[in-house]
Write a protein that binds this ligand. Structure first.
Ligand code: NDP
Length: 279
């Protein structure tokens, strides 16, 4: 079965909109600040999409665009202001930042309680130690999708290909929380196809077009494709060779239209959560 990420996202946004409305009745409007430094066209599109998504569910979104020449200190000062701004529940600084700004310093400066991207080391630690906190949106999207398919992860073999801090590692931790037996693979993993073939649930977060072919897949597996790879001028494909893999699996997400639409939805979810805590 092909999991329709767009439809899932739509459903979830309706629920979020209802909860936002409930909060507003209590006098609290959830607010998200999105900070963009410079004029990277791809980042501009991402920021616009986030703004639209907020509008759709009734979240107040404050878009702050700063020139490329902004210094690290100026950006840190802005973050301090947003940390203290009572109308803001979530702060997101669009990455990548210009080279002269250290993204680690910027993320460290965001209050962990407004870190709706879930990138702050405090939130990474909370995830690691089984506490509540804000967790990164793409990994949360992956978990929502698996849940929507009604998959019980208890005792299942889960294999994650990719170990980045924003996708691979947090996804592995979330799968572990649900009692899956988790293997994390990366560029040095030996016999990758064999390891992947053990997976009842396979999450691909590599960034290599269609590298996961049918011989990596166990019959009846659940395959979640996080990859976004541009091929040629207009085409976008995932990390999974969709056409051949779909014949072998129980569930699979397409690219585009799988994990992508759910990712922004989970940002809205985190912002709502933060506002609920404030309320
Ligand atoms: P990174 O480049 O940070 O990480 C890629 C990971 O894949 C690394 O851990 C790397 O291993 C591993 N890898 C690379 N080549 C191989 C290989 N041949 N075999 C096994 N492992 C390999 O990418 P991200 O985690 O940021 O993103 C992964 C993909 O997901 C990208 O396509 C990105 O565009 C997409 N993405 C999609 C999102 C969405 O909303 N749908 C959001 C975020 C990302 P090593 O650590 O050893 O180098």
């Amino acid at each position: 079965m092909i999991i329709d990420g767009k439809a899932l996202a739509k459903e979830k946004r309706v629920k979020i909109a209802t909860e936002v409305e409930d909060l507003k009745q209590k006098g609290v409007t959830p607010g998200l600040a999105v900070v963009l430094v410079g004029e990277d066209p791809a980042s501009q599109i991402y920021v616009r999409n986030k703004h639209r998504a907020c509008e759709e569910v009734g979240i107040y979104s404050k878009e702050i665009t700063l020139p490329e020449s902004t210094s690290e200190d100026e950006l840190l000062e802005l973050i301090d202001d947003l940390n203290n701004d009572k109308s803001i529940d979530g702060i997101l600084v669009q990455l990548p930042l210009p080279r002269h700004i250290d993204p680690d310093q910027v993320i460290l400066r965001i209050s962990p309680d407004k870190d709706v991207d879930g990138f702050h080391p405090v939130n990474a630690g909370r995830l690691f130690t089984g506490q509540e906190g804000f967790f990164p949106c793409t990994p949360l999207a992956v978990m929502e999708i698996i849940k929507s398919a009604g998959v019980d992860l208890n005792g299942k073999e889960a294999v994650v290909v990719g170990r980045s801090n924003i996708v691979g590692k947090p996804v592995a931790m979330l799968l572990l929380r649900e009692n899956a037996t988790v293997t994390i693979c990366h560029s040095r993993t030996k016999n990758l196809a064999e390891v992947c073939k053990r997976a009842d649930v396979l999450v691909a977060a590599v960034g290599r077009a269609e590298m996961i072919t049918a011989d990596y897949i166990k019959e009846g597996a659940v395959v979640i494709d996080v990859g976004i790879n541009r091929v040629g001028e207009k085409k976008v494909v995932g990390d999974v060779a969709f056409a051949e893999v779909k014949e072998k699996v129980a569930y699979i997400t397409p690219v585009p239209g799988g994990v992508g639409p759910m990712t922004i939805t989970m940002l809205l979810h985190n912002t709502l959560l933060s506002a609920q805590k404030r309320a």
